[in-house]
Write a protein that binds this ligand. Sequence first.
Ligand code: KIV
Length: 275
Amino acid sequence: MFDKRITTADIRRKKKEGRPVTVLTAYDYPTARLVDEAGIDIVLVGDSLGNVVLGYDSTIPVTMADMLHHTRAVCRGVRRALVVGDMPFLSYNLDRAETLRNAGRFLQEGGAQAVKLEGGREITESVRALVAAGIPVMGHLGLTPQSVHQLGGYRVQGRDADTARRLLEDAVLLEEAGVFTIVLECVPIQLAERITAAAGVPTIGIGAGPHCDGQVLVTHDLLGLYGDFKPRFVKRYAELHKEITRALREYREEVETGRFPTAEYGFNSPEEEKP
Ligand code: KIV
């Protein structure tokens, strides 16, 4: 069924044809397989890895080594979707050569087909250099978690006229620099609609309302794997923390009370197997 790999051209075409782009995160082989088998267009190996899987309280501690390790695992599980590797904090901000080398590692060692960078006008020269080197780039505007300390927390961006105009300009500048999509994270619905209308490349919203060209969520959030974490923009399609907790407790109780394993879960000696 899933024989042809989705390309950046397919993603761009979806905007022209008015077909929504679907994006989910994955950080490991089993999740990558599930997301790919569900027919999702883009699997993002997000640096949300830091919060979701590594237990950090931000994405800032995530390293190139962490990202490459998880990108390789994801790529082993994906056959059809386009895989995008998220460039971690400071891996694209120091100098051009290091940016190119780091981005190239996502493709050459990680197996991804594209990279994602956070930021607007300040990264357009890097985007140009990557695209010129044959590395497709996904942009990311609005709430950019790597700048959480500069932004003063995880809050909606572009609420006043100046920051809204700046985000709109940044989207146009990123498109001119050559990105094939732009993630819009936590911006007002109306601003996301304006940016989507102005941009020739698909916008992918997260907490940006219904008018974007596509949507992305953190897979662990939509599956309800963390019972105590539910941002306003996340719809839970399952409550896996409840189901997993139930199963784990049931296992513990059955082992403690001797109900597991019964003989049916064991192997008989050869004499017992004879008719
Ligand atoms: O790291 C990530 O998962 C992301 C998405 C939330 C867009 O950047």
